[in-house]
Ligand binder design. Structure first.
Ligand code: ATP
Ligand code: MG
Length: 203
């Protein structure tokens, strides 16, 4: 399965989510390839910091992703961390995947920005079946923003994953150490990521 984590908006948690899902897939016995399609190379930096050798990572920052990844199908799971720009590489990362996860922050402004991704998704779907989901990230518990966001995305016709990722320091701190939150000392964050993995991969 090829999973792209994509949003043309920057700073919504694409790299954080891509790396955490890669770690969780590896813990579930899957062979994992993490593709960094962003010239900022956050996922490669994560891999470089990571001590365990359970994830392979490489950069593909050319708009040939949708052609190149097919040839890497010996991996159980390929996770693509897309860059935060609407460009040919981003479109290629969407064309490459079976499933697209669009992380969004729970503010109205972020959801309006998501219309760019939805347009690109529509174009890609002319050529290929792509399953797509929104994912709420950096939710602050007990605020109304999450509810507002859920209302706002109804217009896009793309379902929202029932797992939401809360704002927790564990996501920041573990990333800097090349670890997933499931390896870190925050059981709530760990539970969220396992739940997200289960929704996407059924495991
Ligand atoms: N759930 C979370 N809780 C706390 N901090 C988070 C969470 N998700 C992401 N962050 C932090 O928010 C910032 C942006 O996250 P990240 O780098 O994953 O986003 P991105 O979409 O990959 O950004 P870019 O577009 O720059 O590549 C980082 O500092 C990260 O540690
Ligand atoms: Mg990133």
């Amino acid at each position: 399965m090829i999973l792209t984590i994509g949003n043309t908006k920057g700073g919504v948690g694409k790299s954080t989510i891509a790396c955490n899902l890669a770690v969780t897939a590896a813990y579930n016995g899957q062979s994992v390839l993490l593709i960094d399609a962003d010239i900022q190379a956050s996922s490669l930096a994560f891999r470089a910091t990571r001590e365990k050798n359970d994830i392979q990572a490489m950069a593909v920052t050319t708009p040939t992703l949708h052609k190149d990844l097919i040839k890497l199908s010996s991996f159980d799971v390929i996770i693509v961390d897309s860059g935060g720009r609407d460009n040919a590489v981003f479109r290629s990362a969407i064309m490459a995947c079976d499933t697209l996860v669009i992380p969004c922050l729970p503010s109205q402004v972020d959801f309006w920005a998501a219309s760019d991704v939805i347009e690109i998704l529509k174009e890609a779907r002319v050529y290929k079946d792509i399953t797509a989901f929104f994912l709420l990230n950096q939710v602050v518990p007990n605020t109304n923003l999450g509810k507002e966001a859920k209302e706002a995305i109804k217009d896009f016709n793309v379902p929202l994953l029932s797992t939401a990722i809360n704002s927790r320091v564990a996501y920041k701190n573990s990333f800097g150490q090349g670890m997933g939150v499931i390896e870190y000392s925050d059981s709530k964050a760990s539970k969220e990521v396992r739940s997200l993995y289960g929704e996407l991969f059924g495991g």
